[in-house]
Design a binder for this molecule. Structure first.
Ligand SMILES: [Zn+2]
Length: 230
């Protein structure tokens, strides 16, 4: 991984690496499901819904854990999430870590790196650059909260995690490119945004309990006898 020495990268078999890999896998599986459902609900036909996520098909999704005390996460356009171990000093639960990773996946889904390359050009007005970068962050928050719901994480963890980071970092700024905590919370607490994410979350949870019910039914002797027509 460019920019990081091999000795800084946490071994893939280390429990924390395995942990973030499993969380990322759940969120990546939710990308197509969550975004397709959202698109279909907006009235798109199935083909249009598929086109929304087609650019993600060839990505080489992965997560790399870097040993570093800084609270930092970033993503590459090829589908890699880079997470610093400093995140674990502030965030303890899988849900909180998922919230950070979901935001990064949001940047990849929205192809923000393509736009960022444009903003970096010398002729690009700097005042506009700042505004557009902040808008990207809010967009990543929005996609991130939907992914959390679609992956079966309670989406209410997203604003709670932003609050926790602010509380623990104190006066140190979480990230210079990010909008203020208040602006991010304002977006995530919008009824429409949260309700959309909660709807995905409830659907996933309902399907999961249906699976558990069917599994326990299938394991019961009564069900076996019913199948045999006894
Ligand atoms: Zn971001």
């Amino acid at each position: 991984m460019s920019g990081y020495g091999a000795s800084n990268i946490v071994d893939r078999l280390h429990p924390e690496s395995v942990r973030v890999y499993l969380i990322t896998s759940e969120l990546v599986r939710a990308v197509h499901r969550g975004l397709a459902i959202k698109s279909l609900k907006q009235g798109d036909d199935p083909e249009a819904a598929r086109r929304h996520t087609a650019h993600l098909d060839g990505l080489d999704w992965d997560v790399i854990l870097v040993r570093d005390k800084e609270f930092r996460a970033r993503s590459t356009p090829s589908g890699k999430i880079i997470l610093h171990t400093g995140c674990f000093d502030l965030l303890k639960t899988d849900e909180e870590i998922a919230s950070i990773i979901a935001h990064e996946i949001g940047h990849i889904v929205a192809r923000h790196s393509v736009e960022r390359n444009l903003y970096r050009r010398s002729w690009f007005p700097s005042c506009l650059r700042h505004y557009l970068l902040q808008r990207q962050e809010l967009e990543a928050d929005h996609i991130g909260i939907l992914l959390l719901g679609a992956a079966g994480y309670d989406p209410r963890i997203a604003p709670a995690t932003i609050e926790t980071v602010k509380e623990k970092l104190g006066s140190r700024k979480a990230c210079a490119t990010h909008p203020s905590t208040e602006t991010r919370l304002q977006l995530l607490s919008q009824h429409k945004v949260m309700e959309e994410a909660l709807e995905l979350y409830r659907e996933v949870k309902a399907n999961y309990s249906l699976c558990l019910t069917l599994r326990s039914m299938a394991a019961s002797p009564e069900f076996g006898r019913f199948l045999l027509g006894e």
